[in-house]
Write a protein that binds this ligand. Structure first.
Ligand code: MG
Ligand code: ZN
Length: 354
């Protein structure tokens, strides 16, 4: 009798602990759809027959995107706010408005012994990925941004931009420096997928990645490959993934192309959520740096990409963008948020030391 009562008490204490203690994430996957507002998301959903992988996210909110210098941000200031937690001037990368470098959540993750990664559908030196790893006064300083990769110990980065490493004004071949730092340098998707451990630099295109459908499954497959490598670290990992070209399609006011890029990003989201569900210790955040095109949809039909889309600009708009979250800690990402709030929230959730 007595033993039974003790067992019952222990079971109750254990149940209470697991039911009520807030679980902290071990891994964070931060996904950015460049230029991805509600209309971009919904265009993909409509074309897909009223369905996106994104819908599996259990929490949602909005991010306010204005920068320190402009009502309407660019991707440099937008990326810097998300990565470094500071509003800065349009065009700047990883710096505050006074041109002082500010560390990114990726750099903090590295400092706290997590593995880190970047997977993007553009050159790895472009504004959004650069915001997580580089510190430059101007987003167009691609060669300087490439050199900034060497100042970190990022474990995996995959995208385009080979020429900024190998065909440079200063004559340096940064690929040799990467190899000296024990990176495997991969030039093809097959080579990326064959890499299971160690450090990987995937430079898959000379400059920018092609758009969809020419790019194929580069983004979802590179994402899976990156997770496979990063998950080897028992301390966890931070991975940033960008659907880079939703923005470019909307600069062109090309709704059919925006749908293709949105579907590619959502396919990638599906792969990430599949891993996160199985893993149980991974927080996934999906948002945008800003909306592009002032896009809206006046009419359409479920299952068709033939919709009446109106764009109000060839540039970005100033409206807030949606935020979606899944996994332990996701409940912290609801309501209206500043785009600068992500870094601090993540540092707290991951219990980082400064
Ligand atoms: Mg971008
Ligand atoms: Zn843009």
């Amino acid at each position: 009798m007595k033993t039974n009562r003790i067992i019952t008490s222990i079971a109750f204490i254990c149940f209470s602990y697991f039911a009520f203690a807030q679980k902290a994430p071990k891994n964070v996957i931060f996904m950015i759809g460049d230029g991805m507002g509600i209309a971009q998301i919904y265009s993909g959903m409509v074309a897909n027959g009223n369905k996106l992988a994104l819908e599996q996210c259990t929490y949602s909110g909005f991010s306010k995107t204005y920068s320190a210098s402009n009502f309407t941000t660019d991707s440099g200031a937008g990326g810097t706010a998300l990565a470094c937690g500071v509003k800065t001037k349009n065009g700047m990368i990883g710096m505050n408005p006074d041109s002082v470098a500010v560390s990114s959540i990726l750099e903090q993750a590295e400092k706290n012994k997590l593995s880190t990664g970047i997977v993007v559908a553009c050159a790895v030196t472009h504004a959004t990925p650069a915001s997580f790893i580089a510190h430059q006064v101007n987003r167009n300083m691609y060669e300087e941004i490439a050199a900034d990769y060497l100042k970190t110990n990022i474990d995996v980065f995959i995208g385009g931009g080979k020429k900024y490493f190998e065909d440079r004004a200063d004559g340096k071949d940064l690929t040799q420096d990467l190899i000296a730092k024990n990176y495997k340098v991969a030039y093809t998707l097959a080579d990326v997928k064959a890499t299971k451990t160690g450090k990987l630099a995937g430079l898959l295109y000379d400059d920018q990645n092609p758009g969809m459908p020419e790019r194929g499954d580069m983004l979802p497959e590179s994402t899976v490959a990156a997770i496979d490598i990063l998950k080897n670290n028992p301390k966890g990992f931070f991975l940033m993934i960008e659907g880079s070209q939703i923005d470019w399609a909307c600069h062109d006011n090309n709704a059919k192309q925006a749908v293709l890029e949105m579907q590619d990003f959502d396919k990638t989201i599906g792969k990430v959520l599949e891993f996160a569900k199985k893993d149980g210790n991974t927080l996934v955040i999906i948002t945008a740096d800003h909306e592009t095109g002032g896009m809206t949809i006046l009419n359409g039909k479920m299952g068709s990409d033939d919709m009446n889309v109106v764009y109000t600009t060839k540039n970005h708009s100033g409206v807030p963008v949606p935020v979606f979250a899944y996994g332990p800690g996701a409940e912290n990402f609801t309501g209206f948020m500043e785009n600068t709030s992500f870094k601090q929230k993540l540092e707290k959730l991951l219990k980082f030391k400064k």
